[in-house]
Design a binder for this molecule. Sequence first.
Ligand code: GLC
Length: 528
Amino acid sequence: MKYKELIDKMTLEEKASLCVGGDYWHSKAIERLDIPSITMSDGPHGLRVQKTKADNLGINESEISTCFPASSTIGNSWNKETAYMLGNTLGEEAAYEDVDIVLGPAINIKRTPLCGRNFEYFSEDPYLTGVLAREYVKGLQTNGVGACVKHFAANNQENRRRTINAVVDERTLREIYLKAFEKIVKEAKPWSIMSAYNKLNGTYCNENKELMNILRKEWEFNGLVITDWGAENDRVSGLIAGNEIEMPGGRGNGVEEIIEAVKNKKVSEEYLNEVVSRILEYAFKGAERETLKEYNRQEHHNIARKLAEDSIVLLKNDEDILPIKNKKVAVIGDMAKRPRYQGAGSSTINPYKLTNLLDCLKEQGIECSYAQGYERIESENDVTLREEAIDVAKNSELVILCVGLTENFESEGMDRFTLDIPSNQNKLIEEICKVNKKVVIVLSNGSPILMPWKDDVQAIITGYLGGEAGAEAMVNCLTGKVNPSGKLAETYPLSLEDTPCYKYYPGTEVSVEYKESIYVGYRYYDKI
Ligand code: GLC
């Protein structure tokens, strides 16, 4: 055992204390023995380091960092170098902020397009997800910073995510929902894995011995299993199943329960020593990393733009209306000025430099008239905004219409209730198409949407959630500086009823049965 000498000096209380977080973002340090804590931070597409009030939903302040494109955006790049670059650049910022483990990548498979957190995940396909996330982990960990691949496993909806029991047959579980985790564990050796909130086949993931044995015994994973924040339901069962650290700290009686379990022989001290040894390995691994003295924020912003450019998808381009040749255009939509560039929840970033499409077009010498067109949250003001927008549109050679999913239409912690974008936006598009035939739709969306107007507009291009430099990337594509070469990494159904798990999602109050089996995404649509 690597740290036997040190472990022999530890009291039972000290050993047990390492198995529960010291506070919201750190594992426990033991000063007496010079054992450092492990500093953890969200999130998958940028650092959410909180130095004052902590939370796991992106509510309180966090340090400024680069907001990179969300993973659903990177999924559209189909590009290993793009994914590696994201991990590597994020890892540099973690080394600067003294973060030992970044809580990402998030790799759950997109079982239903309604999952509110799909913006944070790569694809509906486990192979594509596995390849891109493997590269992300390699890039991150070259900086001496660990990844925490999440959420293990079958966390495919936000509805009742903390209690729902996912009932999944073994073939489906292994071929679809575990496959990407397996690929990353075997090919990138992540420092840690985050156990998910939900139950899997009747037992909470963190205490699920069958699930954890696949990870530990079949894949020979010897890193750390860290719970999702508040995902521990029974500390001793979790320890026995294979969880090293319950997060966050500062709650529950996990330490006392572990001490009690050793005293009444439910857990052997030898077993606890092995758990402690793995925790020490990563605590010291993080401590030996050199703190990065500084990094070039503008350079990271430029990298964020490149990643976004790699991931933009051109969905339609009738009569080669793109790239735009006009020197005078109408730019319509609140998102043209206030970009929707990231998801909501624990992955929320406080960006270094946020640019918008309207200003970026103007900087490229294009004369723009602007109208807001709609409210982010639908209101009676939409009627006035729509009329103003129609006026602007009817007097313009070409209309660039910026629409998509708003913050209240997709977020961690809740699932979408429709595949539509907000109705005030659909209405605006319908009305604009009546007064101008040259309409380019620019989408900001973290997951599939219905496009009832797709035959009425001349071009459709999506930047998904492009990060802080997403608007620059989009303008580079609109003006022809960059050739958009992204491809969708998930299927866009023509109706919700067409989706594979339509009849089985979101399940009942207590369980959701994956009756569509392996037929997820294109596997289903190709079959029917
Ligand atoms: C959240 C998320 C997880 C995140 C953690 C810490 O509930 O599920 O992805 O890393 O808590 O914020």
